[in-house]
Design a protein around this ligand. Structure first.
Ligand SMILES: Cc1ncc(COP(=O)(O)O)c(C=O)c1O
Length: 455
């Protein structure tokens, strides 16, 4: 079988200068790893890990590639491995985004989900689970990106030389994140030989232990949690080489997500959450310099993987990462606000089928019924079921004849106690006044509000 032509498109990614964000006295360039065929920097290691294992016989025709992965490495391995005809078996922690799991399955990988609330040493920990599967399965090869030298080698032989060429051999610093540590270790090996004056800057999510390790040499035994995916660690990976890191920045989720969003608005580049971390650290570094420097960082993966998170105002609000101007009344508790265009609704003249399709596509169980911007009713799954049970033709009847129109509305100035009593009685909490409908408050919104008062 011929080698898939697509493999030639892995690597040789474009480099683009940041021109519309404040980079202080520096020039900042972004290497668009999002342009790899699988959408991330990990395509490079997918190819190198598989080809190294084929070359030394650890992976034979008909074999199975096994890996523990929370994301992009699985996609890189699945893309290359499936095209080469291998079975690909991936163990993923259950917090992994639905988009990534669906993408893996669409590529033909088999996905085993395991717990994300257990650590190293526990049999259900995703890396231990994958290692066990690889031992037990005949013909299996454990890709093991955290320990596999073919991981840093991909960056030493491709990413490093590409950057050096693209920068015209004028480069002062590279800003990197560490997941397995492969990117940093490979770039460190390459530049140590090619241009030892190039320094490394670490971008580390708040909660990860790596910044403290760089600053003090201490390996903390307590880590926090962070929402950014792919980088940050609660241990020092075996292949990580932090010896070339001159400065480390701790970046909060808020800063990461804000800077990913501003990169899209300012430069039109749609990157993932870790791109935001790297960019935030790179901009800090650039602005702190007193002499001009030429700096490179990465758009590590495509933001299409995070549209339902980083680029979704509703999700950002639920996470407490997008703050609205407080109105100091019940409107502050509404998750999806009608006056912000975030409420999906129907009108009394719509059919029940339209209502059902909207519920299905937006994954909600109830919809407000609006007429000229005013709330005239609510329709939910049980209203639909009552009507269409054994009478599927009733899907063509109208929302106006089925909705619940006896509504108990809460004025924005009503108390949280009044809200609780509405929810406790099993009613839908509708926030409206004589002029306008503002939105619904669900139990989830109330829980979110209570959580926010903690932080
Ligand atoms: C999503 C993602 N995965 C992985 C990496 C790098 O990881 P590694 O240290 O495994 O090379 C990055 C970024 O630098 C990343 O953004």
């Amino acid at each position: 079988m011929p080698t898939p032509a697509l493999f030639k498109l892995i690597g040789n990614t474009p480099l683009v200068q940041v021109t519309r964000l404040d980079t202080g006295p520096c020039q900042l360039f972004l290497k668009l790893e999002s342009q790899n065929p699988g959408g991330s920097i990990k395509d490079r290691i997918g190819l190198s890990i598989i080809e190294a294992a084929e070359a030394d016989g650890r992976l034979q025709p008909g074999g199975t590639i096994v890996e523990a992965t929370a994301g992009n490495t699985g996609l890189g391995l699945a893309l290359v491995g499936r095209l080469k005809g291998y079975r690909v078996l991936l163990v993923v922690p259950d917090k992994m985004s639905t988009e990534k799991v669906l993408h893996l399955k669409a590529l033909g990988a088999e996905v085993r989900t395991t717990r994300s609330d257990v650590g190293k040493g526990h049999p259900d920990y995703y890396q231990d689970y994958a290692a066990r599967l690889a031992r037990e399965l005949p013909g299996a090869f454990f890709a093991d990106q955290f320990n596999n030298p073919a991981n840093p080698l991909a960056h030493e032989t491709t990413t490093g030389p590409e950057i050096w060429e693209q920068m015209g051999h004028e480069l002062d610093a590279i800003v990197v994140g560490v997941g397995s540590g492969g990117t940093l270790a490979g770039l460190t090996s390459y530049f140590r030989k090619a241009a030892p004056q190039v320094g490394f800057v670490l971008a580390d999510p708040k909660g990860s232990i790596l910044t403290e390790y760089v600053d003090t040499g201490r390996v903390s035994d307590t880590s926090g949690s962070w929402a950014v995916e792919g980088i940050g660690e609660d241990f020092i990976p075996a292949i990580a080489d932090l010896s070339g890191v001159r400065k480390a920045y701790t970046i909060t989720d808020q800063e990461s997500f804000d800077s990913a969003r501003s990169l899209l608005r300012a430069e039109g580049i749609l990157g993932g959450s870790s791109t935001g971390t790297l960019l935030a650290a790179a901009l800090k570094y650039c602005r702190e310099q007193t002499t001009p420097k030429r700096v490179v960082t990465f758009v590590c993966d495509t933001g299409t993987r995070y549209l339902s998170k980083v680029y979704n105002d509703g999700w950002m609000h639920d996470q407490g990462l997008l703050r609205r101007e407080p109105l100091h009344d019940l409107r502050d508790l509404i998750g999806r606000r009608h006056d912000e265009g975030d409420v999906v609704s129907v009108s009394p003249g719509d059919t029940l089928l339209t209502a059902f399709n909207r519920m299905r596509s937006t994954d909600v169980a109830q919809l407000p019924v609006l007429e000229n911007g005013k709330l005239v009713g609510i329709i939910d799954e049980s209203d639909l079921l009552l009507k269409v049970d054994n009478h599927a033709e009733q899907f063509s009847s109208l929302v106006g004849a089925t909705m619940t129109s006896r509504l108990e509305t809460l004025h924005p100035s009503a108390s949280v106690q009044a809200l609780r009593s509405t929810l406790d009685r099993g009613l839908t909490a509708v926030v409206a006044d004589a002029d306008a409908f503002y939105g619904l408050i669900t139990r989830f919104d109330l829980l979110n509000h209570l959580r926010r008062t903690l932080s």
